[in-house]
Design a protein. Structure first.
Length: 253
């Protein structure tokens, strides 16, 4: 399906600093890639690889916050790769996007290394739920390349002392940690909890290539104020509102 055949919308991120074209149907980036991007402590002159970049939300949010980065993405769904390139152009950000699968990276990416590798892998195992009939949505949310492959590929592509960072469902944290071998260390897990007293639903996990620091479990980021949802109002905490609306950084520790 070409972009001309897709129903598209323009969606504001970071309080309107970034505008992304996305399909009306299929996978649509929400707050998760924004949190991922905000957690990256990148500096001008560094390089960032976004595996499974989709329409570019995470990489472009990071590029909008930190000037002077070299941004590279890999996306297997052609329609999303095209959208990522369009979104980079529309927002005047440099972002080189390659068509390719995480399990078989393009040669240009295999021959390169990066200061940071970021990823928002599919959340759902298809032996535990039903596939979406929308092929674009299913391609983004339903896992057919194991998490262990994502993490292995990221580890190969990150520079010594560089960082890999991913966001994933909390229930899959044991798989993430099991996939991190002795090439990685200084592992940090940051829970994202909907409200105080609620079960953590998402985690951001970061590890350093060649790191030797102890495992750290950070205090959770609380997303919403109050004990429960009341009315059609977001009720984000001030810290979360600053991340989502102002493009603030999100220190993991």
């Amino acid at each position: 399906m070409s972009l001309m055949q897709m129903g598209l919308s323009e969606d504001k991120f970071l309080g309107g600093r970034l505008v992304l074209t996305q399909p009306l149907n299929g996978y649509r980036a929400g707050v998760d890639p924004v949190f991922l991007a905000a957690s990256i402590q990148a500096h001008a002159g560094e390089s960032v690889l976004d595996l499974g970049c989709g329409a570019g939300a995470a990489a472009l949010c990071l590029g909008a916050r930190v000037d002077g980065l070299r941004l590279v993405g890999v996306e297997r769904q052609t329609e999303y790769a095209e959208l990522a390139r369009k979104n980079a152009d529309d927002n005047m950000l440099d972002f080189e996007v390659f068509d390719g699968d995480v399990a078989d990276l393009p040669s240009e990416v295999r021959e390169d290394t990066f200061d940071h590798v970021i990823m928002n892998p599919p959340y759902y195992l298809r032996d535990r739920g039903s596939a979406s009939p929308d092929t674009l949505r299913e391609g983004a949310l339903g896992e057919d390349v194991p998490l262990s492959v994502w993490i292995d590929q990221a580890t190969k592509r990150v520079k010594p002392r560089g960082y890999i960072t991913l966001i994933q469902k909390a229930e899959r944290l044991p798989e993430v940690l099991a996939a991190m071998d002795d090439r990685l260390g200084s592992v940090l897990v940051k829970p994202l909890s909907p409200r105080i007293g609620r079960v953590t639903t998402l985690v951001i996990v970061q590890a350093r290539k060649g790191g030797r620091g102890a495992f750290r479990l950070a205090a959770p980021l609380i997303l919403h104020e109050g004990p429960q949802h009341v009315g059609d109002v977001e009720h984000y905490t001030p810290e979360v509102s600053a991340i989502l609306r102002e493009g603030s950084a999100f220190p993991l520790w």
